[in-house]
Design a protein around this ligand. Sequence first.
Ligand code: CUA
Length: 331
Amino acid sequence: MRASVKAAATALLGCALSGCAASSTFLAPSSPIASREAWLFWVVVGMAAVVFVLVEGLIVLVVIRDRQRGADEGEPRQVYGNRNLEIVWTAIPVLLVITLFGLTVGTMRAVAAPGPSSSDLNITVIGHRWWWEFDYPDLNIKTAEELHIPAGKNVQITLKSVDVIHSFWVPQLAGKTDVIPGQVNHMWLRSDQVGTYDGQCAEFCGAEHALMRFHVVVDSPTDFQAWVAGQQRPVPAAQTDQEQRGQDIVLRGPCIACHTIDGTSAQGTLGPNLTHLSSRSTFAGGAFSLTDANLRQWLKDPQAMKPGNDMVVALSDPDIEAVIAYLKLLR
Ligand code: CUA
């Protein structure tokens, strides 16, 4: 008995601690939406804690008191129904539920999207199995893995899916919104705190659901302008022989069937837009850091790194090095 209790406690603690390892919890809010949601959470936890302590406390009190009395006092006084008591324990839960309802509706109103304004940033987020596409229609930017937004600005997000139901979730910035094929959903974001926030698909969408990640980078307004300028800059031409060789492999091979590189013959739309790939910190659905070693492994055998994804390649080791040299140009 002791051992099983200990095992259960260890398992529970393990779950709780591993859940707390990352900072991407809604309990560390970095936006007005997430702050309000965290506030409601703590109010509910507080109310539940008061009820728990009261009810459990009374039970423990009665158990201790009646144990001390012993068995020789006979049956206690029998009480069948007590109108006042009945009224009290019906009224208190009803009041609690009404209060919770009011607080929930108030929170829903507080975090509802403000009406669109011309100063807002518009972004279309498209869910793919298993990566996120980010389109900035007004800025003519298409990217993936990293959603850049400027601090202090309302961002209106349009959510679409090309395949199955996904769910767009940045715990520290806002609650989840489903991304549904054939339906356009909307949500909004705003953060006044510069930083990078983890995002995750929150609806099971297949084998690599867990590796359908992304980051939201909240930039200062000047950093955001610099990022926009970088994304709008045309891709530089290959300089070295190695870059040229990589460019030939990419642009004359099957890569262009799925990927776009602006200003080139690569205009595929099945996979992430690679135009400014090397300006990002991750790739393959935010799953891996964008390092030479990871890219090398990915180009060697993408199915081993993320089984079931759409990427298929067959490149020799020297070709892989050339492709990496070319991809590094795409900043
Ligand atoms: Cu997309 Cu889970």
